[in-house]
Ligand binder design. Structure first.
Ligand code: MG
Length: 436
């Protein structure tokens, strides 16, 4: 009888049909019996994983609650608030759980609460796909592409060094390369900072002169185009560091080098300048890795002021809002470029990857291949794998990435001063702080 119901409902298995039929009789088919936090630092970054255990023996889900600068606050948010809220509820009702948990604090959004919510949301999607015995992308509509195109990071202290690093990635098969001179904002390109000599701030505070960065970046693009030709796709991260009008000028000057994208040209506080930037040039813009509130992305997308929405699922609350953002962007011709550096754990990378595989408006995914060492791959069995510029997901049911709790315990979460939890200030010559 259950098998017949499974057929009628188009469900994936007899077991799933049984649980759904119990639910229709008013009995919770499945309950959340435990919500636990696994915090670990297997390499250089603190990772936080939320694990949801259920009343069905052996059935659990894992989600990413990593917030690299405030991990301990996310842990408190889960253990003190989200876990007691979720206990006893039906993990099958993902949308209802997301919506009710979202407003359970009354004051909502922000990276801490959204980080905790993402952990729960991804764990619930993991459970749902495991029950259906399919990899998550199958539940989301199936594949729109055979694998996930990625871009890699090529940095250097000089244009020549950056060029050599670009060559290494091109030889390894990458067609999209992000180029930076001296890392974000090229802090070493300026003069000796006056604030250090004056004893202002701490010796560890960073330094950047805006114009040396702007001039150095233009020289870098000129050199890379000359050496590597016009076919290579080039990206650049401005990291919101320079003044808004300087950013408008730089993005306009970069247009001649045909960028795949210019990332984070403005801070979230200065988004009013996007309209001016758009009116002056057509360099594609990627924005959003610092966003955690819907009001930050809705009009940027619907006014067609950006080309790539770059939020991370762990900062906006998980797969559920991520899918909605992707659909909104699709309607306005905006593509995705989810945030995905190495300080985000493999579960979130895989969760974003499942959405990447399915949506029509996928743009590109940040590569993490070089950031994940052997230890991370052992602590997180099933990590996405990289090959010639593409990311491939594990085909196991669910998100496809698990966490080895015993192994994770060998690499404890780092507290201050080992794991700082904050970014050191970056200052102009006179000591004035600039955005990170
Ligand atoms: Mg960025």
């Amino acid at each position: 009888m259950a098998a017949a119901a499974a057929g009628m409902l188009g469900l994936q298995s007899e077991a799933l049909a049984q649980t759904y039929s119990k639910a229709t009789r008013g009995m919770p088919a499945l309950k959340i019996t435990n919500v636990k936090v696994i915090a670990t630092c297997p390499q250089s970054g603190n990772y936080v994983v939320l694990k949801v255990e259920t009343s069905e023996p052996g059935l659990y889900g894992v989600g990413s609650a990593t917030l690299t600068t405030r991990g301990a606050a996310v842990i408190t948010s889960i253990t003190e608030f989200l876990a007691p809220f979720a206990l006893g509820r039906d993990p099958a009702n993902i949308e209802d759980l997301w919506q009710t948990a979202y407003v359970s604090s009354y004051w909502r959004n922000g990276p801490v609460l959204n980080g905790a919510l993402c952990g729960l949301d991804e764990a619930l999607w993991d459970i749902k796909a495991k029950r259906a015995k399919v990899p998550l992308y199958e539940l989301l509509g199936g594949k729109s592409r055979f694998a996930i195109t990625t871009y890699c990071h090529a940095d250097g202290k000089t244009v020549e060094e950056t060029s050599e690093n670009v060559s290494k990635f091109v030889e390894a098969g990458w067609k999209h390369v992000r180029i930076q001179l001296g890392g974000y904002g090229s802090p070493m390109l300026g003069q000796t900072p006056d604030f250090r000599a004056a004893g202002f701030g701490l010796p560890s505070d960073g330094y950047q002169d805006n114009q040396p960065y702007v001039k150095g970046t233009l020289k870098l693009f000129e050199h890379i185009r000359k050496v590597h030709g016009d076919d290579l796709e080039l990206l650049h991260d401005m990291h919101e560091r320079i003044e808004p009008i300087e950013a408008v000028n730089l993005v306009k000057a970069l247009q001649q080098y045909r960028l795949f994208w210019a990332e984070d040209p403005l801070s979230p506080e200065q988004m009013g300048y996007f309209k001016m930037m758009r009116e002056q040039c057509s360099t594609p813009i990627a924005m959003g890795e610092l966003f955690s509130h819907p009001m930050e992305w809705i009009s940027l997308i619907s006014d067609r002021l950006i080309d790539f929405i770059r939020v991370g699922f762990n900062h906006v609350g998980g797969i559920t809002p991520g899918l909605k953002i992707a659909r909104l962007a699709e309607a306005f011709g905006v593509r995705t470029g989810w945030h995905g550096p190495g300080n985000i754990d493999p579960i979130n990378h895989a969760a974003q990857g499942h959405v990447d595989l399915t949506i029509p408006n996928f743009g590109i995914q940040e590569d993490v291949d070089l950031a994940w060492g052997k230890v991370i791959q052992e602590v997180f069995p099933g990590c996405p794998q990289m090959k010639k510029g593409y990311m491939y997901l594990n085909e196991a049911p669910g998100i496809g990435v698990d966490i080895d709790e015993k192994l994770a315990a060998k690499y404890p979460f780092k507290a201050f001063p080992e794991g700082t939890g904050f970014r050191f200030p970056i200052r102009k010559a006179d000591g004035t702080q600039i955005r990170p």
